[in-house]
Design a protein around this ligand. Structure first.
Ligand code: SIN
Length: 294
């Protein structure tokens, strides 16, 4: 079967139509796998996936990681991380404000996962259009199109990624958590992460495709090793500005039944928080482990 792919005008975010992931033969699976490797972020429309279906599809790509904050993992299917603003008996059923900054998932662990598959169960709407879009940009394309001088600056350098800096950046501080049950959970979970700071290269070679990709995250990098604070801040700002140029960012407007598969090494993403209850958002995320070679 030849996949029905509808291309965007960006390097990533192309949409596959007319497949049913519950009944995927091996050759169609291989085509999806090839598209995932080639484009880094692909959208698959019009799915009806139970948690078991999503897990079975995800496992075809490799083993899965549990999200580090167990509090937000589905009790019956702990490899599904719930992203949601819905409250049940006054308590959040998922993480409400996951990923509202440009990031790759779980940058705070030594071996971040290879990718994430996010399935839309409920999408908020304001009566005119869907809300809670997710934006994506390619860090492979960003690397390949960097001006030579910046490329040289970034190559062979490592940076410190700091959980504390992140907490301050997104407002998840102990002070703010005092009166907020939700934040208390998030801050407590974050404190359990052993690696409060972690060193990553600024350019990483994708362990599956062999392509070089920028490795940066917004609001998290406290220092590029070997540079003064001013030079370090300037370099990170320049790399981010290049990666986030509006003309290369794909903005995904969700429909119920979409599953978006992103590659965590060749792309960054950012969730938008432009909705409030009673506008409900419910997403199920599976997280693909790093390959052994990573
Ligand atoms: C995430 O970063 O995993 C969440 C993305 C989203 O909710 O759109």
């Amino acid at each position: 079967m030849v996949l029905d792919i509808r291309f965007t005008d960006k390097p990533l975010g192309h949409a596959i139509h007319n497949v049913d992931l519950r009944k995927l033969d091996e050759s169609t699976f291989k085509e999806i796998d090839a598209a995932y490797k080639q484009y880094g972020v692909i959208v698959i429309r019009d799915q009806t996936l139970s948690p078991d279906d999503q897990l079975a599809f995800s496992r075809r790509f490799g083993s899965l990681d549990r999200f580090v904050f167990d509090r937000f993992n589905m009790k019956t299917h702990p490899e599904i991380f719930i992203v949601s603003n819905i409250l049940e008996n006054g308590a959040p059923i998922g993480m409400e404000d996951a990923g509202r900054y440009w990031h790759s998932d779980m940058w705070y662990v030594q071996k971040p996962p290879r990718g994430s598959f996010l399935y839309a169960v409920e999408v908020p709407h304001d009566g005119v259009r869907p809300l809670g879009d997710t934006c994506f940009t390619s860090t492979q394309f960003a690397y390949e199109t960097l001006p030579e001088e910046l490329k040289r600056e970034a190559e062979n350098r490592s940076a410190i990624f700091s959980s504390r800096k992140y907490g301050e950046y997104v407002g998840h501080t102990e002070e703010k958590a005092k009166d907020n049950v939700y934040l208390k959970d998030v801050v407590a979970a974050r404190q359990k992460i052993k690696d409060n700071v972690i060193e990553h290269p600024l350019v990483r070679v994708h362990p599956v495709t062999g392509k070089k990709c920028l490795h940066i995250v917004e609001g998290v990098i406290s220092e590029v090793i070997g540079l003064s604070q001013a030079d370090s801040d300037q370099l990170i700002s320049a790399l981010l500005a290049h990666t986030l140029r509006p003309e290369v960012v794909y903005r995904h407007q969700w429909r119920v039944g979409d599953i978006v598969m992103w590659d965590n090494y060749s792309a960054l993403h950012q969730a938008n928080g432009d909705f409030r209850l009673p506008q409900r958002r419910l997403m199920h995320r599976t997280t693909l482990s790093a390959p052994v070679s990573a």
